[in-house]
Design a protein around this ligand. Structure first.
Ligand code: SF4
Length: 232
């Protein structure tokens, strides 16, 4: 696994748990609003300091009994074929594992769930289906994204969906998303876009961003479709 960063303790990345977050490099998307170019673009990844798996697992050994979980984020963790073995090793040390994913690899998601290698999933919903290509910066395979949504909604594992309120997204987009992913077992979080951070494609900054009050209004409208729907 290519580890590009480690946050040694977080109280917010894993709901209700004290955790560490590991940043895995490489991503198959190029979301224009992404803040993590150093974990996404090969030309930047090569200049990043790496953390070896040995250093990472030694750290987890030291923190046994102090930390409850490990958050795997990126980049996109599911592009690595070795992810199941990596999760297994973490689980064998007694940690809970949370996966942050863009949902583009339903086969891997299913494998991890069926083999009890993860305990919580946070999946990004980038946009309504018809705007996915633009907001993933890629020819996103929407069938795969839909499949991942279906897998999670089966409820075999605790999960949430989340959307960054990227420039250009409108209230009507959130209605469409809610009609797609909504369900009584679904937790859905919206995250405000931070226009101060550098992004992958600065062109997106030319598009209007919903104000906080507009986001809250959209949440009020779509809330009945979810178990929980909040702004983070
Ligand atoms: S925001 Fe998009 S490009 Fe950035 S890491 Fe996540 S999926 Fe990849």
């Amino acid at each position: 696994m290519l580890i590009g960063g480690l946050q040694k303790v977080t109280l917010i990345d894993y709901p209700g748990k004290v955790a560490a977050t590991v940043f895995l490099t490489g991503c198959n998307f190029r979301c224009p609003f992404c803040y993590s170019s150093e974990l996404v673009l090969p030309e930047k990844i090569k200049d990043q300091p790496r953390i070896s798996e040995k250093v990472f697992f030694d750290f987890l050994k030291e923190r046994q009994g102090l930390l409850e979980g490990v958050v795997l984020c990126g980049g996109e963790p599911t592009i690595s074929e070795n992810l199941p073995q990596f999760c297994k090793k973490i689980k064998e040390m007694g940690y809970l594992v949370k996966l942050d994913t863009n949902g583009s690899n339903p086969e891997m998601l299913k494998e991890l769930i069926n083999n009890n290698l993860i305990d919580y999933v946070a999946m990004d919903i980038k946009a309504p289906k018809d705007k996915y290509d633009f907001y993933s910066g890629n020819k996103a395979d929407i069938k795969k994204i839909k499949k991942s949504v279906e897998i999670l909604k089966q409820g075999k594992i605790d999960f949430e969906f989340r959307t960054t309120v990227a420039p250009g997204l409108k209230e009507s987009d959130f209605l469409e998303i809610a009609n797609w992913i909504g369900g009584e077992n679904v937790k859905y979080f919206l995250q405000e876009f931070n226009s101060q951070k550098p992004v992958l494609n600065p062109e997106i900054l030319k598009l209007p961003v919903l104000e906080r009050e507009e986001i809250e209004k959209a949440i009020e409208t779509i809330k009945p479709k979810f178990q929980t729907c909040k702004l983070r």
